[in-house]
Design a protein around this ligand. Structure first.
Ligand code: AOF
Ligand code: ZN
Length: 412
């Protein structure tokens, strides 16, 4: 029986669900453990821990979204989720709820418990001290400070540890954290709006409002889960965009338990020649703007820095911004997990041809723009069919009158 004192997790709303990266068809492919088979098995409790973890979609970065459920004698005695970096981890919330009932309980947690002193003390110590006898972790932590060491500590303390339950889902919930820890770069999602005939802007560059307001509200949710938004200076010069998350425009509910000021994603502008206007609207908005340039012009750099921007000169041999290095800097110096690209066809094409785009989210509006209009990705190097980039489509759904297609490029 589930303890009636534990409030049920409210189901995700349709919109909340839609803004979470789709889970593939093999959602329930992880093995079911022979331990804990009864009315509710390990998978059941881990699925619940994952649902709790999803509540942290908007707020935990740079930390991973993590959930925890404590079960004793078939009864849920505590549960929690990591809400904000610097605050207690999921296990600590669950232990606080369970109090003495944590003794001899099983802890279901979506990530290997940490064993290091970061912004908070180690969860392994807290679990050992509380008398938990079994830990089921969906997946090992890719953070080298923790990886497998958390499990080792628990085993040393005589705790039974099982892993591999819904591990795929636990990783999918944290694509940026896993990418940053494993490959020292963020997970990059490229958002595009296009007509039914695959055009994204008129020949003049005019491109505002191809899709409906519903789609734009959905984009706000993707922004809200991102650590950074990437755009080219051309977009700044044409539209003077804000590139912010605006709470009143979100179609999803942020599942925060207390009122907090929304953390604005870092705004990253690629600006080869430093043509960013010093009075660009985003420079006076909450949040930070980071300009990557190939220029070393100290005077303009000084003006932009005075206007509030951080300017990083990072040219490659062709005197353009070095995109792979930019990604590495975002991960290593700014702890950026997920990047949302909102760029034109040139930058989108350049990022794609360097294999730097992990996910493409296309909003397709029921309009035709004609063949003079611009395409999605400028890829001049593609001339033959054997060079085309295949996509694996993982989700298609209607967003108002538009369609949203989510796909992963398959780089050969
Ligand atoms: C857990 N449970 O809920 C989370 C974990 O600076 P700190 O103390 O917040 O530690 C951050 C690291 O802890 C993070 O990089 C990741 O390795 C782990 N996250 N671990 O046991 C949690 N969020
Ligand atoms: Zn921890």
């Amino acid at each position: 029986m589930i303890n009636s004192k534990i409030p049920p997790i409210p189901p995700l709303t349709k919109d909340e669900n839609a803004s979470i990266s789709p889970i593939s068809n093999d959602e329930f492919s992880s093995p079911i453990s022979s331990v804990g088979m009864g009315k509710f098995n390990d998978q059941y409790y881990m699925a619940r821990a994952l649902r709790l973890a999803k509540k942290g979609l908007w707020s935990t970065e740079p930390n991973p979204r993590t959930g925890c459920v404590l079960v004793r004698d078939g009864e849920i005695v505590g549960e929690g989720w990591h809400q904000v970096a610097g605050e207690p981890h999921a296990e600590i919330h669950a232990l606080a709820m369970a109090k003495e009932k944590a003794v001899e309980a099983t802890c279901y947690v979506t990530l290997e418990p940490c064993c290091h002193h970061g912004r908070t003390p180690p969860c392994t110590d807290a679990l050992i001290k509380a008398g938990v006898t079994r830990v089921v972790a969906a997946i090992t932590d890719p953070n080298p400070l923790v990886s497998k060491k958390g499990i080792e500590q628990l085993l040393k303390a005589g705790i039974t540890v099982d892993t591999g339950i819904l591990s795929h889902e636990a990783e999918q919930l944290n694509p940026g954290f896993f990418m940053r820890m494993r490959h020292k770069r963020p997970y990059i999602r490229c958002k595009l709006a296009m007509s039914l005939d695959g055009r994204t802007a008129m020949a003049s560059g005019e491109s505002k409002w191809i899709t409906s307001q519903n789609a734009r509200r959905d984009v706000q949710c993707l922004r809200a889960r991102s650590s950074a938004i990437l755009a080219g200076v051309g977009t700044v010069l044409a539209d003077d965009p804000q590139l912010t998350v605006r709470e009143n425009e979100l179609s999803c509910k942020l599942s925060l338990e207390k009122p907090v000021v929304i953390k604005q994603p870092l705004r990253v502008i690629i600006d080869t020649h430093l043509s960013m206007p010093h009075d660009a609207r985003m420079l006076s908005l909450p949040g930070q703007t980071l300009i990557f340039t190939a220029s070393y012009n100290k005077t303009i750099k000084g003006i932009l820095e005075k206007a509030g921007a951080i300017v990083v000169s990072q040219p490659n041999q062709e005197k353009r911004v070095d995109l792979p290095v930019l990604c590495q800097i975002l991960a290593e110096e700014y702890e950026v997990n997920e990047v949302q690209m909102e760029t034109g066809a040139n930058l989108s094409g350049a990022m794609l041809s360097k294999g730097l785009i992990d996910e493409i989210v296309i909003y397709m509006a029921p309009v035709l723009m004609g063949n003079k209009a611009r395409g999605l990705f400028n890829l001049p190097e593609i001339e033959h069919l054997n060079q085309i980039i295949p996509l694996s489509i993982v989700d298609i759904r209607a967003i108002g009158h538009d369609w949203r297609i989510t796909a992963h490029p398959i780089y050969q």
